[in-house]
Design a protein around this ligand. Structure first.
Ligand code: ADP
Ligand code: ZN
Length: 439
């Protein structure tokens, strides 16, 4: 581990007692519900339909009385229908990268931008960052929250920011080397690509990076190991979504055992995605957020479709905010293969434990003679590519058997030459489902 110091940006808030957090949440929840009831017609109507008045919501135990908000609501009431502030008080619009369908937007008041910046500042501090750091931001800038989010957070901690945005890998590495960047912010898949390129160029000893905050897409523990080795850094997970403000909603501390959720700004719940009932701590389900400080576009019980579990146990770092596990998948990227639920992350875990393949893979789902098929395409490493046929066959069998035992389905495995699977500068696309086409 390179980043040995445990730094806490706002200890008063990040380490407050559970009781104090709850009290703060209750108070802020009441205020937010009053705000949306008064200012957002959709919420007022829905609460009226359910027979819930703002004064019925006193504590977070009353959350279940409130209606959910869905991604479709952001599309249906696009662009301003869910805003709780007058446009004159909205200082920024950001939008989702549109992984699933039409883009959506979120509006920020000055306070919202400030709160968001602090959330990212906490994440960068937790990754060992500070005013002496040079932070290279290789998330895309623009409507997507990644670039500006990381930029504002890095500015807040007084670091020197290199606003590279995503892409242009050669230049990215040249700047990283010449300017002596010490921290990197981008998607884990792009970081891996940068790492591979650094290695290929024989520049591993010349890069000064010590850590980075990587998020915006699901990744596995195995992928972290690989990335940490490639760039000789601490690779920290950071989570967020446009609807809640952007990256920084939750972030890892050096324990690397779950991401602390900024509970002074959001309330997290886990629900059963089928019955919609709240689930206890420790159980996996769909993550649902309620904003409690936003004034631009506060969302109530927003269904993220992200699957994870929550852990309220005290953390060795001293922070008291609840931790969320890695996202194991989105309910909408779950593949149902011959009746079995399969997440790309399960396959990724298996692949990353096999020697001789790279973290570059693509999953191709199809339907042949009314039967679902899953083909796993994965790149061989340079060394393995020139190995014997029997060596390559051994890898293929190993992958097939491990997927069968971990996921429970038979798949076709295709080993492809190095550098033949598409690389991504932003969020990686791992699944091609041909079943959805042409039917
Ligand atoms: P979208 O991807 O829906 O266009 P965003 O750009 O706002 O919208 O991305 C938010 C989504 O990205 C989250 O809901 C989640 O699915 C994914 N995401 C963000 N950070 C992480 C992370 N650290 N791990 C896994 N998934 C993440
Ligand atoms: Zn911690």
């Amino acid at each position: 581990m390179k980043t040995a110091v445990n730094k806490i940006y706002n200890p008063e808030i990040e380490c407050m007692s559970r009781e104090a957090i709850r009290e703060m949440q209750n108070e802020r929840l009441q205020k937010t519900i009053r705000l949306v009831y008064d200012k957002v017609e959709v919420y007022r109507k829905r609460m009226d339909e359910k027979g819930v008045k703002p004064e019925d919501i006193k504590t977070i135990d009353d959350l279940h009385l409130l209606p959910f908000t869905e991604k479709t609501d952001l599309r249906d009431y696009f662009p301003y229908g869910l805003f709780a502030a007058d446009l004159k008080d909205i200082v920024r619009i950001q939008g989702s990268s549109g992984t699933t369908g039409k883009p959506i937007v979120s509006g920020y008041t000055e306070n919202d931008v400030e709160a968001w910046s602090e959330m990212v500042a906490r994440a960068l501090y937790a990754a060992g960052g500070g005013e002496d750091d040079i932070v290279q931001v290789a998330y895309g800038y623009g409507l997507f929250t990644g670039g500006l989010g990381a930029h504002q957070g890095a500015t807040k901690i007084g670091a020197t920011v290199i606003p590279m945005s995503s892409g242009n890998t050669e230049r990215q590495i040249m700047m990283m080397q010449e300017l002596g960047a010490t921290m990197l912010c981008c998607t884990p898949s792009y970081a891996t690509y940068l790492g591979e390129t650094v290695k290929e160029k024989g520049l591993q000893g010349k890069i000064k990076l010590k850590s980075g905050c990587f998020g915006a897409e699901p990744w596995t523990e195995e992928m972290r190991q690989n990335l940490e080795n490639l760039l000789d850094i601490d690779a920290m997970n950071i989570y967020g979504l446009t609807e809640m403000g952007g990256p920084g909603i939750a972030f890892e501390c050096l324990e690397k055992d779950g991401m602390h959720i900024n509970e002074d700004h959001v309330i997290a719940e886990i629900i059963d995605p089928v019955t919609d009932e709240p689930l206890p701590y420790g159980e996996y389900g769909e993550l649902v957020f309620t904003s409690i400080t936003k004034t631009g576009m506060p969302l109530i019980r927003y269904r993220t479709h992200d699957i994870c579990c929550l852990n309220p146990e005290p953390c060795a770092c001293g922070r008291t905010h609840v931790r969320m596990s890695r996202i194991t998948g989105r309910t909408d990227d779950m593949m149902v293969i011959r009746g079995v639920n399969v997440f790309p992350s399960q396959i990724e875990s298996v692949l990353m434990r096999v020697k001789g393949v790279t973290p570059n893979y693509m999953l191709i789902v199809d339907r042949v003679n009314s039967t679902d098929t899953l083909e796993v395409q994965v790149e061989l490493s340079e060394e393995m590519f020139t190995d014997t046929v029997s060596g390559i066959e051994r890898i293929r069998d190993e992958i097939k058997e491990n997927i069968k035992s971990v996921v429970g389905i038979s798949v076709k495995v295709q080993l492809v030459p190095p550098k033949t699977i598409q690389r991504f500068e932003g969020k990686a696309k791992r699944v091609i489902d041909n079943r959805k086409l042409g039917f």
